[in-house]
Each structure stands twice: as structure tokens, then as C-alpha cells.
Design a protein around this ligand. Structure first.
Ligand SMILES: NC(=O)c1ccc[n+]([C@@H]2O[C@H](COP(=O)([O-])OP(=O)(O)OC[C@H]3O[C@@H](n4cnc5c(N)ncnc54)[C@H](OP(=O)(O)O)[C@@H]3O)[C@@H](O)[C@H]2O)c1
Length: 307
């Protein structure tokens, strides 16, 4: 298939380029920084230059291109703002960015659209020991600032599912770890002795190695059904405390600086909701059954020690 890929230079984008090439797919990457062109051409893709948030520039960039599928993997989470707000670029990428990429999909004649969604759409709440599936309600509010993220995940899903003449598929990813993802970001923070670990009990969540996330995107593109969402997570949910201390051990960084919970909530309210208040144990059974995909790395410990 021919794929138009937004977010190709990111933590999931780079392994995804390699996975698509290995499966014989042809990729046109939408990148916004011409200096990153080599990152995609070295992985067998060609590049067009556009900011996904600039609809006219995007449509100009894809003019004359043809593709079977559009994939939306663009976020701006590498340098998240401390105080999440409605003007957050990742929220804009999920809301306006999805609309612009759907217009691009129509322009290039694509009939399928795979978008990046997030398991936190099940709600930034303590779901306890219950294993959540795609049958659980998505877009659940917690009454905190994190609802902005929930709404943006729901917004991208709704748009692709409702798009006329396009089979929209959503991948509800667990927390990314692996090269350039959360584990690397937290390792860097610990090297700088930045306070990240809340004192006391943390939440527990489902994670996914970026290579497994990329493999799932290829499987969804090839075998996914239009109008369906798939949870893409590993087998063993982990507490943030265990995640952060495992990252420190495997990366050989200083131990995490333990921080009062109130300070995390005050300084980085969104991170407080994610690290302290949210427990999400998620099943990938549907993706395994219907996409023929399963994570190679069953747990964060497996995935980090396989580096
Ligand atoms: N499920 C999760 O846990 C989850 C989900 C998303 C992200 N994250 C975390 O966030 C971090 C980053 O991961 P990531 O791969 O999503 O993000 P990333 O590595 O920052 O990559 C985002 C991609 O989107 C592109 N992009 C951003 N804004 C764009 C725009 N306006 N127009 C066109 N392209 C745009 C970036 O291009 P440039 O190279 O030009 O910046 C990049 O290719 C990781 O630590 C990851 O763990 C986690």
C-alpha cells in the first residue's frame, strides 16, 4: 500500500517507517522540518514538507500525490507545556490536525485512515483491578484538566469514524516507552535530578514499547476494520513507581527524586492526574484476535532489558 504518514520523525514514527518498509509499503512522510528529511529517506520513504496545523500548506504539499492510507501519528508531547490548556499543540493536532489530514486523505484518494488515540480516553480515574476493553465507555471525564486530553482523543476518533468514504481506525495506545519515548524522557529527567516520582502510592497503567506500537499500526492498516478502535498495550500493567525505578535501574541513572504529591499537582497538574490519580489496566485481546498482532515485549521490564 502507499501510505501518507504524519509524525514520521517521532518516537513511534521512526520505527513505523522501518516497519512499513519491511512489510513492502511505500511511504510519503509529511514532515515540517526540511532538516529532518534524511531521517525519513534513510528509512526508504520520500518526504513532503508541511505543518499539519496549516491546512492550506498541507494541501499544497500533497497536491499531485496519491495514497491508499493516511496515518496520523503527530503529537507535540516531547516538550509538553507545564499547564495543559485548550491551546495545547497536541490537542490541536488531534482536533484540527485530524480534520486537515482527512482533507489531505480526500485529496490523495486514500480510503483508509489510521489515527493515534490513547487509553487515557477511558478516563483519568482509578479503574481499580478491572481490565478495560474496547466495550468500555470511551471519553469518560474525571473533572480535572486531563479531560482536555480525553476530549481530544475522542475528537480524533469521532472524526475518522464519521468520515464519508473513508474507513477510519483508531489505535488506543498505552504509554510509550523505548527509544525517544517516556522511558528516555524520564531517564533524562533523572540524570538532571528533576523531581518526578510522587511520594506514596502512584497509579498503575498499561504501557507499550514503541516497536510494538509501530507493528500494531502496520497490522491495523492491513487488517483493521473501518469504524473500530483497538487497544494497543502490553501484557502487564505497571505502577508508575515501578516504571520510574525500572527505568532508573536499566538506564543506570541516579535514583528518582521523590516529590510531595501536592507539589506535583501544583507544578504539573496534568502529570499529577496521570501519575497519581489514574489506574488503567487494559486488554489487547481484540487487537490480537482481529489484527493478528501481539506485543513482542510482554512487559516494560522485558522491553527495556532487550535494548
Ligand atoms: N501513548 C503514549 O504514551 C504517548 C502518546 C504520544 C506521545 N507520547 C510520549 O510523547 C513523547 C513523544 O512521542 P511521539 O512520537 O508521540 O512524539 P514525538 O516523538 O515528539 O513525535 C511527534 C511527531 O509529530 C510531528 N509533529 C508535531 N507537530 C507537528 C505539526 N504541527 N505538523 C507536522 N508534524 C508534527 C513531529 O515532527 P517534528 O520531528 O518536526 O517535531 C514528530 O514527527 C514520547 O515520550 C512518548 O512516549 C506518549
Amino acid at each position: 500500500m502507499k501510505v501518507l504518514l504524519a509524525g514520521a520523525t517521532g518516537a513511534i514514527g521512526l520505527p513505523l517507517l522501518s516497519a512499513l518498509a519491511a512489510s513492502g509499503h511505500e511511504v510519503v512522510a509529511v514532515i515540517r522540518d526540511p532538516a529532518k528529511r534524511r531521517l525519513v529517506t534513510d528509512r526508504g520513504a520520500t518526504a513532503v514538507i508541511a505543518d499539519v496545523l496549516d491546512r492550506d500548506a498541507l494541501l499544497r504539499a500533497v497536491d499531485g500525490q496519491a495514497a491508499d492510507v493516511v496515518m496520523h501519528q503527530a503529537t507535540a508531547l516531547r516538550k509538553p507545556s507545564r499547564k495543559l490548556g485548550p491551546d495545547d499543540p497536541t490537542i490541536a493536532l488531534r482536533e484540527r490536525g485530524t480534520a486537515h489530514l482527512l482533507d489531505a486523505a480526500r485529496a490523495v484518494g486514500a480510503r483508509r485512515f489510521v489515527t493515534q488515540s490513547l487509553i487515557t480516553g477511558y478516563g483519568y480515574l482509578d479503574h481499580g483491578d478491572r481490565i478495560l476493553t474496547e466495550d468500555d465507555e470511551f471519553g469518560v471525564h474525571a473533572g480535572t484538566v486531563a479531560d482536555l486530553v480525553t476530549d481530544s482523543s475522542l475528537a480524533t476518533e469521532r472524526q475518522v469514524f464519521a468520515a464519508d468514504g473513508i474507513e477510519g481506525i483508531a489505535l488506543r495506545y498505552g504509554m510509550f516507552y523505548g527509544p525517544n519515548a517516556f522511558s528516555d524522557l524520564f531517564a533524562d529527567a533523572m540524570r538532571k535530578r528533576a523531581p518526578i516520582l510522587p511520594r506514596g502510592k502512584t497509579g498503575t497503567t498499561s504501557f507499550i514499547h514503541v516497536d510494538d506500537a509501530a507493528a500494531a499500526a502496520v497490522a491495523a492498516m492491513e487488517h483493521g476494520r473501518g469504524g473500530e478502535a483497538y487497544n494497543i498495550v502490553d501484557d502487564q500493567p505497571m505502577s508508575w513507581r515501578d516504571f520510574i525505578t525500572t527505568v532508573a535501574r536499566v538506564h543506570g541513572t541516579p535514583r528518582p527524586v521523590v516529590t510531595p504529591r501536592w507539589l506535583i499537582r501544583l507544578a504539573v497538574p496534568y502529570l499529577g492526574c496521570l501519575l497519581i490519580d489514574t489506574t488503567l489496566r487494559i486488554s489487547h485481546a481484540k487487537a490480537t484476535r482481529n489484527l493478528g498482532w501481539a506485543p513482542v515485549h510482554a512487559s516494560v521490564t522485558d522491553g527495556l532489558t532487550a535494548r
